[in-house]
Design a protein around this ligand. Sequence first.
Ligand code: SF4
Ligand code: SF4
Ligand code: SF4
Length: 254
Amino acid sequence: MSSNGKPKIAFFDFTSCEGCQLTVIDSLQDHPELLNVVEIVQFREAMTEKGEDYQIAFVEGSCSRASDEPRLKKIRQQAAIVVALGACAHLGGVNALKALHPLDEVRKYVYGDKADWYETYDARPISAVIDVDYAIPGCPIDRNEFISVVKALLLGKKPPIPDYPLCVECKLKGNVCLYTKGQVCLGPVTRAGCGAICPSFGASCEACRGFITNPNDNSMREVLIEAGLTVEDITSIYTMFTTYQVREKIQQKG
Ligand code: SF4
Ligand code: SF4
Ligand code: SF4
């Protein structure tokens, strides 16, 4: 806590496109009242000051190299509350797709003949390295959800992140299901909270918010097969944002 009684907040980035940090800046522009009740001490995307004394840490990006680990552990040691910000930090996100290819090939594809210059390994969510208190899902995060989470944390409450399928939100919006139009969608197994934004605009949900607790994967797979998807198509849609989770499930099943 700062001398003025305001909780100190810091933002950090790891492997990411920084789109979630931009969403934070965008959200805060509409909620200047929040800036009066917290003190932001570190936020590389938005300010040059770099305070190391903070109670709440928002971490964007996945852990994709060994040198990320001590940095993450230092953040965990300092912060009373650590929040994963967005799909990269929460799930590993699109960065984890590289686990589907040999690492050397990926390095050469990205860095060419300079591949040996850059340190990297399979991308993981930050929860694979440190304990994480809460996650704000999405790629990018939902701006309103970010504000709700900050307000809940300041009130000492659990952030209101839904744990029911996206189809609930989609139906409440009165959308016609994409399956009736010959398209596919991961709504039945995906965590709600984005307002079913993709299906509302005619695009398939690819689970950027991750899966609900206990999704019915078998039924989802049957529905996708009935819709004409091949095993390769199903792997592709199921791993866009959730490669790390899918691999974990496969390992758990042996
Ligand atoms: S979750 Fe998406 S928008 Fe956010 S940092 Fe990762 S890639 Fe960018
Ligand atoms: S379009 Fe997707 S989210 Fe909407 S009801 Fe159909 S499966 Fe569910
Ligand atoms: S509809 Fe699916 S893919 Fe689109 S934002 Fe929501 S969770 Fe992410």
